[in-house]
Ligand binder design. Structure first.
Ligand code: BUJ
Length: 622
């Protein structure tokens, strides 16, 4: 649910609507994804249940979903249910939902000073906000093959297509106009904990920035009443004022509360409001965004990931739509709340902010801010009774315990990257996914449920679809590489890899076109539940639960402004795998609650990639 204090809204969405797949297709795709995970008799049982669903209650639900979708022409069939699922989860959002993306360092080292970088990134972020508000932000177009899709011939070709199908035309030319409706939620927004289901709050009239430092909260107006940004050196003077304030961490840092179970936090928030803190809480919720100025240096990549994924708890407000975090050594990143939007929207923001802050920095090192006086910073004050104080202490203890269990490790593979794989006429994404499949097969002795996130931002209010990267092809390939590696020639193994790549590309295309099965089956279940029906037997099948217990949760992004990124595993015994395939190498950043298993997985991943390289080079496996 959205509460808009001041309606400022523009529908930056594309025209094409996310299709509701045919039920028959979804069941067929579901069964194909189940095949590598199930034994023969389990498969037959699941097949029976799927058939009964397709011809019975599923058919009725599907008809109902189509009718509903026709009535909700302004959006997509997945938007409401997907948002609802995020907001209804009672698990803490940190570690479980909020991902992070870090910026590369500024190429001019002196600009990585914490104060200089904080000022420049903040100014660039506000410039992005102003372009959005003045409607001059160019529409997002995702070009896969820019030479062809940016050409005049392509534009002419598109102009002949009716708008309802032009996105498909774009798909074939590999240029995608993306839905931009999520951007309205990027600024002045916050998730608000409520009993049972949270809400999203926005106040686009608010003009202040929230700054956190040592667990203390500060605000100052960064826009004037007509939306002009403060002079950069004035912003810097305010940040100096904040950095020179208290050295000690707040006695009861309220940020810990945002790491809590959502019902617990909702109850404490009520107490906070009743204790006379309404105005301060409102200033946090409505701030344009949250700037976290951390008081330590980052030691290495793993420390950087921990800092951006969860930090030490006290200097974060995880409910804000996003926080810009900057450490003493100038490492910078974004941690974002996930219910309002997806990686594509945040990545565009990150790319633009990085480019602007490095190409057109608003302030230079040793500028003139120190001579300006800053009087407009307000430090937020809170009245905390004993009950709130003890809630903060408990939240802190729980959070500290949980964060210590989390391991994050980066991994780099330098023998090949995108260019090499393309030259081998295969899909780089498919090869990385296959390497994960082979590694997991080696580690677990079986194929495990796998989730690869795929954006459906090509459609109006599209969000994501799942690519099921564990397939009958990857199973065959994993068995060949692990169980029977001596039996196959390099040429035969290459053929097996090729078939995985081809099928993966096909699944990827289906998912991007909204033709997966996950969101459709999810929406049918959601509909049954919202009608008050009992959950259909199809969903109570252990095989349905199993395929949704994703041991490997994966997501990729491609950007030259990003240094690292990541997110937590979605099951306690799984891995959260963020990866990027660069031109000449590839890398990933993996989270897990099981450090030893993660070390083993990384070794297996490296082993798989080395094997692939040998095969590509025509060498048989040893
Ligand atoms: O699928 C969805 O609906 C949303 C997903 C959910 N999940 C995270 C569980 C998969 N959300 C996203 O995919 C957003 C993720 C945003 C962060 C992605 C980070 C990947 C970058 C990694 C770069 C690693 C480079 C390492 C070099 C050593």
């Amino acid at each position: 649910m959205w509460i808009h204090r001041q309606p400022w809204k523009r529908d930056h969405s594309t025209g094409s609507r996310l299709p509701v797949p045919e039920l028959e297709d979804s069941i067929r795709r579901y069964m194909a994804a189940q095949k590598p995970l199930l034994g023969d008799s389990e498969y037959r049982k699941t097949e029976k249940l799927a058939k009964a669903f397709k011809n019975g209650i599923g058919k009725e639900l599907h008809k109902n979903l189509i009718e509903l979708d026709k009535k909700n022409f302004h959006t997509s069939y997945i938007t409401g249910p997907w948002l609802d699922t995020y907001l209804s989860s009672r698990d803490p959002i940190v570690l479980n939902f909020n991902p992070f993306i870090t910026f590369k360092r500024d190429p001019q080292e002196s600009y990585n000073d914490q104060l200089v970088r904080a000022t420049n990134l903040t100014v660039s972020a506000i410039k992005f906000l102003n372009s959005l508000r003045s409607r001059i932000l160019e529409p997002d177009i995702y070009y896969v093959n820019p030479q062809w899709s940016k050409s005049k011939a392509f534009k002419r070709f598109l102009s002949f297509l009716p708008t309802s199908v032009s996105w498909y035309g774009a798909y074939f030319a590999e240029a995608y106009p993306l839905d931009m409706s999520q951007y309205v939620h990027l600024f002045n927004s916050c998730r608000v904990p409520k009993q049972g289901k949270d809400e999203l709050f926005s106040d686009h009239g608010a003009r202040h920035l929230l700054v956190m430092r040592n667990g203390h909260f500060y605000v100052f107006d960064i826009l004037d009443p007509i939306g002009n940004i403060l002079h950069p050196y004035e912003i810097q003077a305010h940040l100096i004022n904040i950095l020179q304030d208290e050295e000690t961490v707040a006695e009861y840092p309220l940020g810990y509360l945002t790491t809590e179970n959502r019902n617990t936090w909702a109850a404490v928030r009520e107490q906070l409001l009743q204790a006379g803190n309404e105005e301060s809480v409102y200033k946090i919720d409505s701030a344009i965004f949250c700037l976290c100025l951390d008081s330590f240096r980052v030691e290495n990549s793993s420390h950087l990931s921990h800092c951006m994924l969860h930090g030490y708890g006290y200097n974060r407000w995880f409910d804000k739509s996003f926080s810009l975090i900057i450490t003493v050594d100038g490492s910078a990143g974004i941690n974002f709340e996930h219910s309002w939007g997806d990686g594509v929207a945040v990545l565009r923001f990150v790319n633009e902010v990085y480019a602007d802050s490095t190409k057109h920095p608003a302030v230079v090192p040793r500028g003139t801010a120190a001579t300006l006086c800053s009087t407009n910073v307000e430090k937020l004050q809170f009245h905390l009774n004993a009950s709130i104080q003890s809630a903060v202490t408990v939240a802190r203890q729980k959070f500290d315990k949980q964060r210590h269990k989390m391991t994050v490790k980066p991994f780099e593979f330098r023998k090949f990257g995108k260019q090499y794989v393309i030259q081998e006429r295969m899909s780089p994404d498919a090869i990385f996914q296959l390497a994960c499949q082979v590694a997991a097969y080696r580690q677990f002795g079986k194929i495990v449920p796998t989730y690869e996130s795929c954006s459906t931002a090509g459609f109006k209010h599209g969000r994501t679809e799942t690519i099921r990267s564990a397939t009958v092809y990857t199973k065959r390939c994993a068995q060949a590489f692990i169980r029977d590696r001596k039996k196959y020639s390099a040429q035969e193994l290459r053929k097996l890899i090729e078939s995985c790549s081809k099928y993966h590309k096909f699944l990827q295309m289906e998912a991007a076109l909204g033709q997966g099965f996950d969101r459709h089956l999810f929406a049918l279940r959601y509909l049954a539940e919202s009608r008050g029906d009992p959950v259909p037997e199809f969903y109570r099948d252990p095989a349905y639960q199993y395929i949704n217990y994703n041991i490997l949760s994966t997501s990729t992004l491609s950007s030259s402004s990003v240094f690292l990124g990541g997110f937590g595993p979605v099951v306690p015994d799984g891995f959260g795998i963020g990866y990027n395939i660069y031109d000449y190498w590839l890398g990933c950043n993996i989270t897990s609650y099981m450090e030893r298993d993660l070390d083993e997985f990384l070794l297996d991943l490296e082993g798989s990639l080395n094997d692939f390289f040998d095969v590509f080079q025509g060498r048989s496996l040893k």
